[in-house]
Design a protein around this ligand. Structure first.
Ligand code: ACO
Length: 357
């Protein structure tokens, strides 16, 4: 474990000073700190993810409207009073209680001076204090071409001793290039292959009649898709968690769109897909989960769900231009569906994992 000798235990309510770097918790009532963090992320996105939108509304409401299932701590690192780095720690509470999620971002003007390492050490200290035995992070590792140059994040994670345990490819759909006649034909063909099912659509709040089925499907999202070598246990999902996530998303002014396929004969919620948009970024949508129950696979329900959603988005959201989805690099079925709809590889990400034992 490469970061071990550098670790120190820190109480998360105190400010920690190393040389002139001060690391302090960020709280929901600290409007100036929250704005400073947004500006830091904005500067980092300009360098690291120039093709990505960054929602000010979403970033500035993260602390006030946290998603359920994990306790989150944000810290800011200041150098002579200037915010130079952000750190986030997530401690799952309902499952995966041996794991912590971390995220470190350093302002581009302050990189390669050991700041990222100090913030990571701080977060690892907090994770250890909460009895976590590993930390995990999501990091952009390179362009779509696997032979392309690695990102600073990939180099940083490797230097910390973290292993890449799952590689994801992000694909982007350019909606200005979607051929509507072809989309209609795909949807019609998928419907023809799945008689005996109907689609139910919603926005923001799922219908009561579907929620039990949706929770079952959501639970399978941590079992069915490829998980590589990630030490990730099946997640615990229930109605309360689902509804709390909807409340958090609404608080963050995200508009979510959902579609489920229901089996006429049994009433089973056989599959669902969801995506969401941030309030201040009407041109971009983020794909959330898509899953079909094993007993209902083989009827083109995945394609039907996603084509149905795309048809709806094109009708209801005329400003939408781009739509992003992440898939494990070896999730061949889901990737085939996305490719058929016109999604194209954009970049590669990895789940990285650092064991603390
Ligand atoms: N190229 C090669 N190696 C690098 C690079 C790079 N660009 N950046 C960091 N490293 C490695 C080096 O081994 C470095 O040690 P050295 O400088 O003694 O050679 C070691 O990582 C520690 O580097 P720091 O100076 O502590 O890192 P920095 O303050 O520059 O922050 C970070 C690195 C966080 C990756 C920054 O580039 C960034 O914000 N990137 C965008 C967001 C991101 O990818 N975050 C990391 C996600 S993974 C995680 O949170 C655990």
């Amino acid at each position: 474990m490469a970061v071990g000798p550098r670790l120190h235990l820190h109480d998360h309510v105190t400010t920690v000073r190393t040389a002139s770097l001060a690391i302090s918790p960020l709280t929901a009532d600290d409007a100036a700190g929250i704005e400073a963090r947004y500006l830091l992320l904005r500067a980092a996105y300009d360098v690291d993810l120039p093709a990505d939108p960054l929602s000010r509304v979403d970033v500035t409401s993260e602390l006030a409207f946290a998603f359920p299932g994990a306790r989150r701590t944000q810290v800011l690192a200041r150098l002579d009073g200037e915010v130079v780095a952000s750190g986030v720690l997530g401690l799952p509470q309902l499952d995966n209680t041996g794991s912590a999620m971390v995220d470190v971002v350093v302002h581009p003007a302050h990189r390669r001076r050991g700041i990222g390492r100090q913030v990571l050490d701080h977060l690892v200290g907090l994770a250890r204090a909460a009895d976590r035995v590993r930390v995990l992070a999501e990091v952009q590792i390179g362009p779509a071409d696997p032979d392309g140059p690695p990102t600073p994040g990939a180099a940083f994670a490797a230097a910390a001793g973290a292993a890449q345990v799952l590689v994801d490819v992000r694909r982007r759909l350019d909606l200005t290039r979607v051929d509507d006649a072809r989309l209609d034909a795909l949807l019609a063909a998928a419907e023809a292959h799945s008689p005996g099912y109907h689609v139910v659509r919603w926005s923001r709040v799922a219908p009561d009649a579907l929620v039990d089925g949706l929770v079952t499907l959501e639970s399978r999202m941590s079992i069915d898709p490829p998980m590589g070598d990630m030490a990730w246990e099946p997640e615990h999902h229930d109605t309360a968690r689902w509804r709390a996530a909807e409340v958090a998303a609404i608080g963050r002014q995200r508009t979510s769109y959902g579609a489920a396929v229901v089996h006429d004969a049994t009433g089973d919620v056989a599959g669902y897909t969801m995506c969401a948009l941030d309030a201040d970024v009407p041109e971009h949508a983020w794909q959330w989960a898509t899953i079909v129950l094993p007993d209902h696979r083989g009827h083109r329900l995945g394609l039907r769900l996603k084509a149905d959603m795309l048809r709806r988005l094109r009708t209801e959201l005329p400003d939408l231009r781009t739509f992003d989805t992440w898939n494990a690099a070896d999730n061949t079925h889901m990737i085939a569906v996305n490719a058929e709809l016109g999604f194209e590889p954009l970049d590669r990400w990895a789940e990285v994992q650092l064991d603390l034992t």
